[in-house]
Each structure stands twice: as C-alpha cells, then as structure tokens.
Design a protein around this ligand. Structure first.
Ligand code: NAG
Ligand code: NAG
Ligand code: NAG
Ligand code: NAG
Ligand code: NAG
Ligand code: NAG
Ligand code: NAG
Ligand code: NAG
Ligand code: NAG
Length: 536
C-alpha cells in the first residue's frame, strides 16, 4: 500500500528535513502524545505487564514508536509528542524511577532506557518520511539529584552527578513555593518536595542562559526536531523565553498549568504557543455530567481567544495528558466522552490526543493515568479509535476545502448550558452534555445561511445525511446525547476519505473506503507537496 511512495519522495522530503517547522506549518497539524516508556515495546510484544503504581520503567522505546507509526498515522495524526529524551536520574527516588523523562541529570546524553542515538534518529527519519512532525518535550526549569544517604535533608543534595550544572551555585537557593500568587516565589523557589526536590536552575545567570540557549539549538538540529513542548514554563521568568525560543529556531508550546486566562496569555507573548489549560478546566467541567455548562465553556474559549497573542491558534487543545486524571476516570458515559473528545478537534487550536484515550483507558491521577498501551494490542476496532479517525479526517477535509480554516476564528452559532453549535466553515459541530441516559431528544437550531440552501449535509460520525432548508438553516434532533460533526456532502466528495458512499451521492453508509488511507497519505504530505506529487 505504501509501496509506491518511497520512489517518489526522498528528494522532496530531504528539502524539508533540514529546516525545523515554523509555527504556521503547525497550524493544521494534529498531535498524538505518548509517554515513551508506556507506548510500545521494541520487539512489538504485547503481553509484558506494566504495574503503573510501581512507578518504574515498563520498557517502551523509540523503536517501539517507530514500529507503530502506522497505528498513529492511520488515526489521522501527523505529529507525535514524545517524552523528554535526555538522560535522567538513574537511582530510584521516593517517587520511583524517572520513566517519564522529567528528571534530567545529564542534558548532553540520551536516556538509554528509550534506546540508542540511532534509534532516535531512526524514529525521526521514519516520521519525516511519512510527512509527520516530531514534538520534543523538554525541561529547562529543573534538574534532579537525590539527597545523599537517603536523607530528606536538603543540605545533603548531591549535585556532582548533574551535567553540566554540577555546582550548588548553579541553582536558586532552596525554598519551597509557598505562594503561587507570588511570581518570584513561583520562578525562584523549587517544585517537588523534600523527598524529591527538583533543583531549580538559576535561569537569571547569564552563563547558564547561554548554555541552555546553545543546548536547545543543538538538540533541535541534531535530531531534526520539528517542535518543542516546554515543561513547567511558568516557573521561569518570562523574559528568559524569547531568546531561548529564537535559539531553538522552531515552534514551541509552553506548559503553563493555570486556569487563569490572563496569566496564561502572557506566555503566548514570549513563547508563541501554550497548552490551553485555561480552557481545559471548563471543558472538563462542561462534559462531566448533564449539570455541566457548555455556555460557560464557550464564554471561556472566547475570552482565551481574545487574550492569547495568536487567538487560540498555535495553542494546544487537549482533554487528557499525563498530569491529569483521564476523562473516563470521571465519567464513562460514552455520549459525554465522545462530545468532550470532539472539542479539541473542532477548535482553532492544534488538537492533542493523549495515547490510550482512543482505547478507552480510565486511569485517574498520576501514576494511574500512564498505563502501558501494548496490552490493548493496538486494537483499531475500538469505537473511540474510529471516533478519532473521523474527527481528524473531517478536520483535514475542512482545511483542504477552506484556505482560511486555520486562520479564521471559530464561532458559536448557538449556546446553552446543555448545547453548543460550533462553526468553523465548512465544518459545524453539535455538542451536548445531556449524556446517554437522557430520554429527551437533543435539538440544535443551526441558523439560516450556515449551509447552502437545500444542500446535503453529512454527520461524518455515522455518515447519515440531512438536507439543509432552502435558507441554509438546519434543525437537528437526536436521542442518546451523541455529538454530530457536520460537513456539506460536496466537501466530502472532494476529500474522498470519509463517508464516501454518501459523498458519491449514494445512500447513508458508515465507514471509510479503501481510498481513505491513500487520501490521508496525500494529506500528510502537506498541500504543496501533495499537489506536486499528484501532477507527476
Ligand atoms: C515490529 O513491527 C515492525 C512494523 O510492523 C516491523 O518492521 C518489525 O520487524 C517488527 N519487529 C519485530 C522484532 O517483530
Ligand atoms: C545511586 O545508585 C548507585 C548504584 O545503584 C549508588 O552507588 C549510589 O550511591 C546512588 N546514589 C545516590 C545519590 O543515592
Ligand atoms: C546517614 O544517615 C544516618 C541516619 O539518618 C546518619 O546518622 C548519618 O550521619 C548519615 N551519614 C552521612 C554521611 O550523612
Ligand atoms: C561552586 O559554588 C561555590 C558557591 O556555592 C563557589 O564558591 C565555587 O567557586 C563553585 N565552584 C565552581 C567550580 O564553580
Ligand atoms: C515573594 O517571594 C519572594 C521569594 O520567595 C520573597 O522574597 C518575597 O518576599 C515575596 N513577596 C511577597 C510580597 O510576599
Ligand atoms: C489572573 O492573573 C492575572 C495576571 O497574572 C492577575 O492579575 C489576576 O489577579 C488573576 N486572577 C485571579 C482570579 O486569580
Ligand atoms: C452557564 O454559563 C453561562 C455563561 O457563563 C451563564 O450565563 C449561566 O448562568 C451558566 N448557567 C448556570 C446554570 O450556572
Ligand atoms: C450509558 O453510559 C453508562 C455509563 O455511564 C453505561 O453503563 C451504559 O451502558 C451506556 N448506555 C449506552 C446506551 O451507551
Ligand atoms: C472559509 O472560512 C471563512 C472564515 O470562517 C468563511 O468566511 C468562508 O465562508 C469559508 N469558506 C468556505 C468555502 O467554507
């Protein structure tokens, strides 16, 4: 199936491999986030157990990811966010081993639990060959060493193992963050706790700043990284970031864990992108139960859009990640789950899906939300796998149909506590939080001129068709609280990768055609490249 492509591509791909991706090149992307240790084993086996509560390495590797790129790409993702790659503290800590990669000890070496330098290069090459982007997770705020002698005495911290910052003077003097409203406290005191203090790098020191700027430039170049996810960004002074990001020379998205839009928006000025945490809080609340408030979610989203530097564009929208309880630990009502999952995919942001959500994983707080994926056998018949596939495909079809899709902001055509009509022409998403046990039907009134008069409109989640009224309005009524993802039939026929029976003018029918994968392949190559190849 992929047989023909290799002969056509190398020259074209080589051209883009030397450049890191710019923010604009990320706009239309869709990110799959993995915890490298928990995604896939190098030998492709699936029976090895992984006890999350032990907080130890379970064996996932870069090779494992390389071997399972089909799984990721077939769901429609064209970017993968992997765990930090640098060497971490080897000794077991009070909180287990550094399997997640966030406890760096030597920023110039790789974490050999995840494989060799060749394995990492092989992963990046394989991804670029498929037209996929690699997003690398990095930590600047802290490095880690354990107190000597199993002590909890901070004075016994052994910095000698840390590279290149092996002197106590490279760090801020120890203090615990006691006041999160005091930004100096947040930036210069240490996160972690006495059992595992995370040594807070003195990012006010000019030499340290230069070292980190050089480091990021080198690691991006060395591994052909396309983008960065920056851990604990709010714990470093804001004016550290512009030079750092410029030195990296690639798109970056900062983690600013806050529900405060104004606070978070300030980081979009210095980093460019952030993870959209201020919208994650109302998102989770909105779909937790029928008592949630979709109107409040829409209101927050509009506030965020107004305050972020680039609107919500270039921020990362997510429902789950490795730091928060999985959504299905809160509710397993599949109607609520499918609605909540849809938000990141119909938003202006770059959607991010945390591995395992598509398999219906239910882990709650860290470490339970870092389950191994291999026991799922990477089952592609799961309902949520198909849900994700349809959402990614619909978004790509909309992007292909409208050149301003990734620059024109979304709007809400109707909103209430229990219903929301999201518009990103030509896509319309209907969301509800009534849940699957609701006996009442949900109705959405889509206003006139949304669609072309009397055109065929398809819900790509089940491939059922409807017809818009002569004035372009549409009244949709469903039982069971399921979301609807609507595209005009004309857009489907052009993209040709979902609901193809309907798009071709036939009767409603579910599923993807065999052509789907081909179209996805073309899609991944990016529009320009895709077109060039089509004409060969
Ligand atoms: C693992 O799967 C990949 C991709 O299907 C394949 O290329 C590789 O040979 C497999 N490795 C082993 C050890 O089976
Ligand atoms: C880390 O572990 C090694 C070997 O397991 C041991 O020799 C060393 O003392 C430990 N270091 C600390 C700081 O506990
Ligand atoms: C190690 O810890 C024990 C018990 O806390 C203490 O008595 C001893 O002095 C410590 N040794 C060193 C070298 O710090
Ligand atoms: C290490 O830091 C101390 C102060 O904490 C300083 O006196 C000493 O010169 C530093 N050593 C090196 C090699 O930089
Ligand atoms: C803020 O935190 C810093 C560092 O911990 C501290 O020196 C300062 O007094 C605090 N400011 C206020 C107003 O509490
Ligand atoms: C949100 O953050 C802004 C800017 O840091 C601050 O002025 C404001 O007080 C915060 N709002 C709340 C409710 O904490
Ligand atoms: C839901 O949110 C909207 C917008 O923020 C607000 O006007 C409305 O009162 C909220 N509903 C409830 C029941 O709190
Ligand atoms: C609705 O969700 C509940 C879990 O909250 C589940 O037990 C039930 O089977 C679901 N019903 C349908 C029709 O999906
Ligand atoms: C493309 O998007 C813009 C901005 O949302 C909208 O005005 C326009 O009608 C859309 N075009 C199509 C063909 O959907």
């Amino acid at each position: 199936m992929f047989g023909k492509i290799p002969t056509l591509l190398p020259a074209l791909l080589l051209a883009r491999c030397v450049l890191s991706a710019t923010p604009d090149e990320w706009r239309g992307r869709s990110i799959y986030q993995v915890v490298t240790d928990r995604f896939a084993l190098a030998d492709n086996s699936t029976s090895q157990p992984c006890d999350v509560s032990a907080r130890k390495y379970c064996g996932g590797t870069w090779k494992g990811i390389t071997n399972h790129l089909d799984y990721i790409q077939n769901m429609g993702f064209d970017a993968v966010w992997i765990s930090p790659v640098v060497e971490n503290i080897e000794n077991e800590t009070a909180y287990g081993e550094a399997y997640h990669g966030y406890w760096a000890q030597d920023i110039y070496s790789l974490n050999n639990h995840f494989g060799s330098k060749d394995d990492l290069n092989e992963l990046v090459t394989a991804m670029h060959f498929r037209g996929m982007y690699l997003m690398l997770d990095i930590v600047v705020n802290h490095l880690v060493s354990v107190p000597k002698n199993g002590s909890t005495d901070i004075q016994t911290l052994d910095f000698s193992l840390i590279q290149p910052f092996s002197n106590a003077s490279d760090y801020h003097p120890y203090c615990e963050i006691t006041d999160y409203n005091n930004q100096t406290d947040v930036e210069q005191c240490w996160i972690g706790d006495k059992k595992l203090p995370l040594a807070d790098l003195n990012t006010e020191d000019k030499d340290i700043v230069n070292t980190m700027n050089e480091w990021v430039k080198d690691i991006v170049k060395k591994y052909n990284v396309d983008g960065l996810r920056i851990d604990t960004a709010k714990h470093i002074r804001k004016d550290f970031w512009p030079e750092f990001v410029a030195s990296a020379g690639t798109f970056a998205m900062g983690e600013v864990l806050s529900d405060n839009t104004t606070y978070t928006a300030a980081y979009t000025e210095v980093i460019g992108g952030v993870l959209d945490y201020p919208t994650w809080f109302p998102l989770t609340a909105a779909f937790t139960s029928p008592k949630g408030n979709l109107s409040a979610l829409a209101t927050s989203a509009v506030q965020a859009r107004k305050q972020y530097k680039n609107g919500a564009f270039l921020t990362g929208a997510f429902l789950e990640n490795h730091d928060q309880p999985r959504f299905q630990s809160i509710t397993q009502d599949q109607a609520l789950v499918k609605n909540a999952m849809m938000w990141p995919f119909v938003h202006d942001s770059i959607p991010i899906l945390y591995y395992g959500q598509e398999q219906g994983y239910t882990g709650n707080n860290d470490p339970n939300n870092r389950e191994a994926l291999w026991p799922s056998n990477f089952d592609t018949s799961k309902p949520l796998v198909n849900h994700v596939k349809a959402m990614n495909a619909a978004r790509k079809a909309a992007i292909a149909a409208n050149s301003s899709y990734t620059t024109a902001p979304m709007s809400f055509l109707a909103q209430s506590d229990n219903g929301l009509v999201v518009s990103k022409p030509p896509l319309v998403a209907l969301l509800t939080n009534v849940g699957n046990s609701s006996t009442a039907a949900t109705t959405w009134d889509i206003p006139a001129s949304t669609f072309k008069g009397s055109e065929t409109v398809v819900n790509v989640l089940d491939c059922k068709t409807m017809t818009a009224a002569p004035d372009g309005s549409l009244h949709v009524r469903v039982q069971g609280g399921m979301p609807q993802l609507l595209l005009p039939g004309s857009v489907l026929s052009k993209s040709g990768n979902l609901c193809t029976k309907v798009a071709a003018g036939g009767k409603s029918g579910a599923g993807f055609s065999t052509q789907a994968s081909w179209s996805l392949v073309w899609g991944f190559l990016g529009l320009g490249l895709g077109k060039a190849l089509m004409h060969m």
